[in-house]
Design a protein around this ligand. Structure first.
Ligand code: FA5
Length: 342
């Protein structure tokens, strides 16, 4: 048994040192500490040992187990730190004036962030839904508890088509269709392009991306909402992010909140990207209004839910250190090709 413990320790050492990503680490955890893992098997072997030797080996196996847990946790931290440093380096090296690194195409930063978010939310049981860019007044406003002539419409002027349809101002426009399609319980995210007729500046575009999320089930509360928001942000940025939650008014949620993050471009000092406030409005959210559930065919007496509308374009800016939102729609390959390495 002494020899077996030594051999497992040697293998653990070797595997942890070579693990280069979180998948590899997870495999190591399973093969050493899982139900049928090497360390767990040793405990089964212990049944065959008698007397004082049993106590001695029991202690040695427990020591090996806690060593394995510690080594694995340390490696996970080291990999996270390396990933964070790589991202910070990428953000610091982003420079719109640099010549293109290569003639090959690259993924747009919005695509990269969307893919990450989809992965994060699907791992938490959410489905990824698609929705139109052209919709109608009912879906964009009325089904969201914003009747005609409601003052909340002033916040979201858009572009109207001759046939009365419009370009959606918010991904919330998909809420009603998705509720009707799946009913409750429901967990879905839906990223999409939004349009608003408004003046552009470093943090406002007339065409930008949001990602909506909804979770509807029995007994869903604000605690669930806060948990999912925090998990999502810490996973996207690979570290805890300073956030603040303020009351916010949206007719389709009650209560409603504005979730802001500390501006990562200026570190909270104030800059044009955050309108000199040090905070960036990123993810309004709240508990879905009973009228909205009813319009979606869901009984508000039986189900509750939360919804959020993440500013995807602003998230991409924070993640990659992009100071001006207009770079993202510029089609400027000099700037955009810098994301080729991802
Ligand atoms: C909405 O659009 C709501 N539909 C969000 C919501 C969903 C609230 C679900 C509650 C429940 P708002 O207008 O604040 O809210 O926009 C949401 C986010 O989109 C903003 O925080 C911001 O990050 C981003 N955003 C809004 N307008 C622009 C713009 N012109 N340019 C770039 N990003 C924008």
């Amino acid at each position: 048994m002494e020899e077996k413990i030594k051999e497992i320790r040697r293998r653990l050492d070797d595997a942890v040192t070579r693990a280069a990503d979180s998948d590899a680490i997870e495999q190591i955890r399973v093969s050493f500490l899982g139900k049928k893992g090497m360390v767990t098997d040793l405990l089964k072997d212990l049944k065959e040992v008698d007397g004082a030797a049993k106590k001695e080996f029991g202690m040695k196996i427990n020591l090996l187990k806690s060593e394995a847990e510690k080594r694995i946790a340390e490696r996970v931290d080291a990999l996270k730190q390396a990933e964070l440093e790589r991202r910070i380096e990428a953000a610091e090296s982003y420079d719109v004036t640099l010549p293109p690194a290569s003639a090959a195409g690259s993924y747009h930063p919005i695509t990269l962030v969307t893919r990450d978010l989809e992965q994060i939310f699907t791992s938490m049981g959410f489905t990824v839904e698609d929705y139109f860019e052209v919709t109608d007044d009912y879906n964009c406003f009325e089904a969201l508890n914003i009747p005609k002539h409601h003052p909340a419409r002033d916040m979201q002027d858009t572009y109207y088509l001759d046939n009365g349809q419009l370009l959606k101002t918010q991904t919330s426009a998909a809420q009603n269709t998705i509720m009707k399609k799946y009913g409750a319980p429901l967990r879905a995210i839906f990223p999409g392009r939004c349009f608003r007729n408004e003046a552009t500046d470093a943090c406002h575009e007339n065409t930008f991306f949001q990602m909506e999320g909804m979770m509807i089930d029995r007994d869903i509360s604000i605690s669930n909402l806060i948990y999912f928001m925090k998990t999502m942000l810490s996973k996207v940025f690979g570290r805890p992010i300073e956030v603040r939650l303020r009351p916010g008014f949206f007719p389709f949620v009650e209560p409603g909140f504005e979730l802001d993050i500390n501006c990562l471009i200026c570190g909270g000092k104030g800059c044009p990207s955050c309108k000199n406030s040090g905070w960036l409005e990123l993810c309004p959210c709240g508990m879905i209004h009973p009228n909205v559930l009813t319009a979606g065919g869901i009984d508000p007496e039986e189900y509750t839910g939360f919804a959020f509308g993440l500013g995807l374009t602003r998230l991409a800016m924070m993640r990659y250190g992009i100071k001006d939102i207009r770079d993202l729609n510029s089609g400027n390959l000099t700037a955009l090709s810098q994301f080729i390495s991802e």
